[in-house]
Design a protein around this ligand. Structure first.
Ligand code: GDP
Ligand code: MG
Length: 173
């Protein structure tokens, strides 16, 4: 399997919407990978000549706050272990929440490259609100709208830049 890029973040920030946009029609669910559970969906993506596997995390238990937070923590932990690059997706319409802070804290302690995506930046008014997300402290923060597709190219450029060339990866596998 090609290098893994995981999308993590709270429910409803738009992870699955972004995932579907990145995978497009190339979606191929990869079944027989160890550690794959039903709440992680894997698909293949190519950008700037780099092929990688995108992981949509989610499908959390909805009615228990504790289980819910633990599930997010565990998804983040798996992402830190298995991914080459992590996309930490947030939502401009809610602003920074406590759970965002917690995810940010876990990610800061890892040495994997983290790219923050501030999603739902559908118009220029929201761009102004999106600036608050710089305070999470990640050097690479991109504003995007997974629904319109605006900003997703810049996010993908940043992801691809952190991945090895396809040939290099073939040699190492
Ligand atoms: P997930 O729980 O993180 O996977 O989030 P989903 O992808 O299921 O999206 C949650 C909701 O946010 C859905 O109603 C989406 O249509 C909406 N959504 C996702 N991306 C955007 C966006 O860029 N702009 C707006 N306005 N809504 C979005
Ligand atoms: Mg989802």
């Amino acid at each position: 399997m090609s290098k893994i890029v995981a999308i993590v973040g709270r429910p409803n920030v738009g992870k699955s919407t972004l995932y579907n946009r990145l995978i497009g029609e190339r979606q191929a669910i990869i079944d027989n990978v160890s550690g794959v559970t039903r709440d992680r969906i894997y698909g293949s993506c190519e950008w700037n000549g780099k092929t990688f596997t995108v992981v949509d995390t989610g499908g959390f238990v909805k009615n228990s706050q504790d289980v819910f937070e633990a599930a997010i923590r565990s998804q983040v932990q798996i992402a830190i272990e298995e991914s080459e690059v992590i996309i930490f997706l947030t939502d401009v319409t809610t602003g920074i929440t406590d759970l965002d802070e917690e995810v940010a804290h876990l990610l800061r302690r890892s040495d994997k490259p983290v790219i923050v995506g501030v999603n739902k930046v559908d118009n220029s008014t929201r761009e102004i609100s999106a600036n608050e997300f710089w305070s999470l402290g990640f050097e690479e923060t991109y504003f995007l709208s997974s629904i319109t597709g605006s900003g997703t190219g810049e996010l993908l450029d940043a992801v691809a830049e952190k991945l090895p060339k396809n040939e290099e990866e073939d040699e190492s596998d």
